[in-house]
Design a protein around this ligand. Sequence first.
Ligand code: FAD
Ligand code: NAD
Length: 453
Amino acid sequence: MAEQTEVDVVVIGTGPGGEAAAGALAEAGLAVLAVEKHLVGGECPYYGCIPSKTLIRSADLVAEARRADGVGGTVDVRPDFALAHDRVRTITADWDDSAAVERLERQGVTVVRGTGRLLGERRVDVNGTTVTARRGVLLDVGTRAVPPPIDGLADVPYWSNADVLRNPDLPGSMIVIGGGPIGVEIAQAYARFGCEVSVVEVGPRLVAVEEPEASRVVTDALEADGVRVCADATISSVAFDEDRFTVRLADGELRAERLLVAAGRRPNTAELGLEHVSVRLTDAGYVETDEHQRAGNGLWAIGDVTGKGGFTHVSMYQSDIAVASILGRSGPGASYRALPRVTFTDPELGAVGLTESQARDRGIDVRVATTDLSASSRGATYGPGAAGLIKIIADAGSGEVVGGTAVGPAGGEILGALTVAVRARVTVDDLRHTMLAYPTFHRAITSALPDLG
Ligand SMILES: Cc1cc2nc3c(=O)[nH]c(=O)nc-3n(C[C@H](O)[C@H](O)[C@H](O)COP(=O)(O)OP(=O)(O)OC[C@H]3O[C@@H](n4cnc5c(N)ncnc54)[C@H](O)[C@@H]3O)c2cc1C
Ligand SMILES: NC(=O)c1ccc[n+]([C@@H]2O[C@H](COP(=O)([O-])OP(=O)(O)OC[C@H]3O[C@@H](n4cnc5c(N)ncnc54)[C@H](O)[C@@H]3O)[C@@H](O)[C@H]2O)c1
């Protein structure tokens, strides 16, 4: 590139939302430059959602096949991690983003491999070239895994999410630090292939942002798969010797061949040149935006870096809003009333809107109902693997559904109904007069309704 150049929009970072926005803006006729320092598509297709869900599907098939024993036949299951890893390699194109780059280029985007750094309002340094962005700059720079401050951790060869998803060989044993979505999803998948897994969580329970009943179901499922769960655990130090990791806890120690650290992430803002523009950061360092994703003059931000939820669907949702804003089109701003989350354990944990405690903290006159999925008609016909529940949170004042959790087989799919209910402010009375097909798992919503008044 020349020393100076001019375009309409510079997109810094091409996570899922940035990639989509760059394409949409170019197709709308703007000159768009997308700067990506690693892989176009970001974390999700290479080190996040897609490889993890591919691995999980393989692991779940193994577990489901085992469930057939005594129910549908006699089954001899021999898990083969190499087959699962081959699927991960295929779906990530061996961690090659050529297809994504070509797709963007076909849409008219100029793609540059490098690091984008703000020099001022509507000005970006890209590999030594100063690019002026006539309309502005869109940030979609994401987050990075940050190890917690544990004595010795910085000196040992621990794995990140990227390492564990690229790993071709099943270790005999693995310790996972962090019982959030990454920790529990990977722990269960590895355990199902025969790895001896321990999860160490500093908080009181796994997936602690969700309902306690949901954590319980997930914990039971992991333990049934042989995972050792150490919640409420404080790690005093970590060491590595003779090819083994040692994690020291207050009441003993764990040893394993591998150590995965999945203890949270921080926004990628450090080297972005934010000091050269007028932008507000939250206390946790996320970029603040208005409801149209505007972070400053000629500056928009989307995705994990906004701190509204570390999910691809948030990035994509904000992407559409930012594109409309950049193009000067009117449209609704972002609403997080019905923010859905799914943790892809088996059973899946789906949740939307407020949890019971969040609703109480907001002073809502809360009505709560919980129903056992295994006791539903579908659960009875299903047999093994039907454990789970649906929990619904309603506001007694307005009668509206404000939150819901579905843990169970296809919990993330049951969640679809609850997501629409929370988003559309469906009332308990509306639900009562809605026919839900028999005998589905989502029909269990009906069984919960009497407790909602
Ligand atoms: C193991 C794992 C599993 C996950 N599973 C799910 C799931 O099932 N469902 C779900 O919804 N979400 C899941 N997520 C979260 C999901 O991956 C992210 O929310 C998603 O990638 C959205 O991120 P983003 O748009 O903020 O950008 P990211 O995907 O974080 O991408 C940001 C991009 O910006 C680039 N970049 C950063 N700084 C610069 C710079 N200065 N210049 C140029 N480029 C830069 C980076 O290289 C990166 O490619 C998972 C995450 C992980 C780690
Ligand atoms: N299915 C999904 O949608 C999915 C799956 C994986 C990841 N993600 C996203 O990726 C991001 C990162 O996920 P994550 O699971 O790494 O982060 P997280 O922040 O959700 O969970 C990290 C966990 O580590 C624990 N922890 C922190 N310090 C610790 C310590 N010193 N010892 C033991 N435990 C400790 C925390 O208490 C927390 O439970 C999140 O935004 C998440 O939403 C989403």
